[in-house]
Structures are given as C-alpha cells and as structure tokens.
Design a protein around this ligand. Sequence first.
Ligand SMILES: Nc1ncnc2c1ncn2[C@@H]1O[C@H](COP(=O)(O)OP(=O)(O)OP(=O)(O)O)[C@@H](O)[C@H]1O
Ligand SMILES: CCCCCCCCCCCCC/C=C/[C@@H](O)[C@H](CO)NC(=O)CCCCC
Ligand SMILES: [Ca+2]
Length: 524
Amino acid sequence: MYDRIMYRNNHSGAVLRCTCVKPCVHTDNCFVPTSEIIAVEETELNKKQRSIGKWQKMAKPHAFTVYYVKKARNHRWRCRDVTFWCADEILCNQWIQALKELLEMQTCRPKQLLVYINPYGGKRQGKRIYEQKVAPLFSLASISTDVVVTEHANHAKDNLFEVNINKYDGVVCVGGDGMFSEVMHGLIGRMQKDSGIDQNNPKAPLVQCNIRIGIIPAGSTDCVCYSTVGISDPVTSALHIIIGDCQPLDVSSVHQNNTFLKYAVSLLGYGFYGDVLKDSEKKRWMGPMRYDYSGFKTFLSHHYYEGTISFQPAKHTLGSPRDKDSCRTGCYICKESERQLAEQRKKCGFKHEEDEEEWKVIKGKFLAINVVNMCCACPRSPKGLSPAAHLADGSADLILVRKCSRFDFLRYLVRHTNKDDQFDFSFVDVYRVKSFQFTSKLSEDNESSVTDIGKKHFGQFCRDHPACCCNIANSTWNCDGETLDSSAIEVRVHCQLMKLFARGIEENCKDEAAYSHSSVEQLL
Ligand SMILES: Nc1ncnc2c1ncn2[C@@H]1O[C@H](COP(=O)(O)OP(=O)(O)OP(=O)(O)O)[C@@H](O)[C@H]1O
Ligand SMILES: CCCCCCCCCCCCC/C=C/[C@@H](O)[C@H](CO)NC(=O)CCCCC
Ligand SMILES: [Ca+2]
C-alpha cells in the first residue's frame, strides 16, 4: 500500500494531486499548477525515514520531492515541498521524468542570469540576502548565475555595455530603486546603442528591451518592487524570477534642450520629494531612516516653488487617475495599451509620427509636482502616490499640490497612509499625461534678464515673507531617488519599454482563497 499520486490536466494548467498520509509533509489534498512548481528531485531516504510508519513494511521505498510556490498572506510567496513515496522504483522514476519534462515545457523560465549586488544599499544587507535567501532557490531551480558585487556607483550600468548580453535570459539587481535604475539605464542604453538610436533625441522611438529585470529588494524604499509584486520580500521576488513571470513597464525619458538626462519608472518629483531627497543624500549613513528625518525637516521648511507646467493629456488610455480600481495582474487597461502599441508598430514600424495633440499649460506656486509612472506604493505608503496609476498603459499621473497651509499639506500627506482619497483637496489636481514639461519661474526670469547680477549671485528672496528671508531658489528633481541638476525638463512616457520578472499586484488574498477553493471543488 502506498499513497496515491494523480496527475491530470484541466483548463487552468496541469495539476498535481496528492492524497498523501503520514509521513508526507501534507495531510490534505494539495493542487499545484505546473507553472508554480519550482523543482522536482529524487529523494534520498535515510534509515530513519525508512523505518517509520507503514514504509518499514516496504522492502525498498522510493520517493521524490516536489518544491512548489505556496502563496501566503499579503502577496508573500514561499517555497514549500511535498514528498511522494512509492514501492516501485520504475513508477517513481517515471514520475520524476514526467514532471521534469513538464518543467522543461515552461519556456518562459530563465536558465542563465546575470546578477548585480549593491552591498551598500538600504541596510547594507544585499550580499547576505542574496547568499542566504536567493542563491539556494536559484540553485534548486537549476538556474546558473554570473554574480557581480558592485564596487562603485555605475559599476553595473557600465558593465552592461560590455557584457555578452545575449548569453543571459535576464538581469537581476539586488538593492533598492537606485540600483534598479542603474541596471535599467544600462540595459535600455545598451539596447539603443546596439540599434543605433540616439538617446539625446527626445523624439527618438526607443527600442523595447526584451531582457527582463528581476529585483531582489534590499534598498531603502523598494518602490518599484513593492508596486509590481505587492510586497518587498526577497524570497517572493526570487520565486517570481524562477517561474519566469513577465510584467511590462512604462518608462519616462527626461531631457533638457536635446540632451538626455535620465529614465524614470517610479517618481519624478519637484518641490517636496526633490527637497527630501537632496537633504537625505547627506544623511546616507542613517540608512532608510534618512527619509523620515529629511521628510520631517522638509515638511517644516514648507517651501513652495513657482513655475510653468505644460502637458499632453493621455487620451489613448481607458483609465483615469480618480478610478476606484487599481492596476492588478492581467490589467485590461494595460492590455489595451499593449494592443494599441502593436497596432501602431504595424502601421508605421519604428518611424515616429509627429504628435500634434494639444498641450495644456498651468502656471502657479507648488509645494510638490509629482509625475508617477506607477502607483509608487511602498511600505511607507501601501497604496502609493497615485493609487490608480497603471504599470504599462503608456501614461503617467501628474499630481500638482499647490501652495497651501502646513496643516493642509500634512492632511494631504497623511492620506497616503490611510484609505482616504488624497486627491480630494481643493489644492490638489491630478492629470493623466503622456508628455510633460516644466520650467521654474526662476529660470524663466533669469533667462529674460541675464544681466541682473544681483539675482544671479544671491538668488531671490521670498516676496511673501520678506522678514524671514527664506531663499526661494529652485528645488531639484527627484528622479527615481536620484537628484537631477536641471530644473527645466521635458518628459515623455514610453509605453512598455521594458519588462520585469513580476506579474503586477494580484487581487487580494481573500479573493485568492475563494478562487483556489472553487478550483479544488471543480476538480473533485
Ligand atoms: N558598490 C557601490 N558603492 C557605492 N554606491 C553604489 C555601489 N553599488 C551601487 N551603488 C549606488 O548606490 C545607490 C543606492 O543604492 P540602492 O538603490 O541599492 O539603495 P538605497 O538608495 O538605500 O535604496 P532606495 O533606492 O530603494 O531608496 C544606487 O544609485 C547605486 O548607483
Ligand atoms: C505624517 C505621516 C506622513 C507620511 C507620508 C508618507 C508619504 C510616503 C510616500 C512615499 C512615496 C515614495 C515614492 C517613491 C520614490 C522612489 O522613487 C525614491 C527612490 O527609492 N524614494 C524616495 O525618493 C524616498 C521618498 C521618501 C519620502 C518620505
Ligand atoms: Ca503608467
């Protein structure tokens, strides 16, 4: 007598059914889609194992272990295993062979990865996290890796211009948003160089980057990881990489006067978030706490900035920033943008169609100007700066926080941490845009009166509070956690320019539980 193991196909993929009893790991039925099997291995049985329970009656029991993804609460994934025992060696081997063949058919899974580790990101745990939590899982899944521990900033980016990139099925970065940004710049830059595209031309049709990036979160904010997976957890991210998930991502290009400055995927922030970042850079030694310290300090300083914003509304997308529904796995709004993109490519190849669509212009005094390509959720703000923004719809949300009282600004900030609508304020406006430009009043003034030496050398003084003499020099742009030197910028969103090993945030766990229950019932 031995446990039954059954295998059958249903429309949602192959499922492995185990009605195991002691000494198996499971006591209940368990259904595992093949897409969520991590590895299958023959199990070496030791003497002790052989001598327990009913297996002692078997002359020579055989066993194999299936490692699979177990979905826990709050989008956390874990690797679990279940062992199948049987008396017949041939049957056991047939099972191992059949399951391995099924895994071979999962062609989206990476076999060879290039890994960059930033040993100084976040709490400086990158190397330990990779070695202890991620490398053993990659090795279990038979993924080969070339690992580079970075020695200086831009090491990963520069290296990506030199390596034989075609050798790899993906690039993994261990670190925070800054490290991800470096790897993204390396990959997109390499792609354009190889295709002869000039990144300095703001209208150049950029070539899509098909090599996926995996993010093992080990930074201070980990906003890109959190917003594309739903949690900032190294094991969960490693499992998304192993099973070969794919999530396209919009990327914004930032230019000034026909000079390429940067790409951005999460936040481009002027005013509050630019000032927080600038101050926090001097406090790197504080680790992730630096953002709380500088955030509080910047909040107290309450600076506003004057300038002119121009933008082209994103008319092609189906959503709006005030939607109640958020971007989730398999999002139909992102799929529609993907369809439009494919159609556009068919129509005009890589030629660029001159965009004649209207520009809107807004002048004013702002505490914060934020352009976000994704919701920008992170542990500090689980719903993010723009909860309904989409990962891959070819648009960004432009959030304008006008000059208001300190108390009102605090109310606005607090709403990022609770369920209330942060756009429901008279001093906050939000638009969905496909391109955007900004010029600060200061640079406009300086341009129109370059001879005004006093202004140039001593900056301007606050006209609203002459007594406090607070300097109203320009703020800086926070571009995915890095400061930009120029305040005047031009931004364009490139729909689905790159891909991640992720699947977007899945519907909440309650729904998942209901789904898995019904699929179990269906099978029974
Ligand atoms: N070996 C290194 N020494 C110094 N700096 C490095 C090294 N490797 C990478 N960097 C740089 O460190 C910067 C910050 O790294 P990272 O994003 O990993 O951490 P973080 O800033 O703490 O997190 P977050 O970006 O999520 O706030 C990156 O911009 C990257 O260019
Ligand atoms: C009284 C309570 C008020 C609390 C308000 C909390 C609001 C938090 C919103 C956080 C938004 C993060 C957006 C992501 C930006 C990243 O690209 C960037 C790089 O990692 N991080 C920062 O700039 C770091 C930015 C950190 C800001 C604090
Ligand atoms: Ca978007």
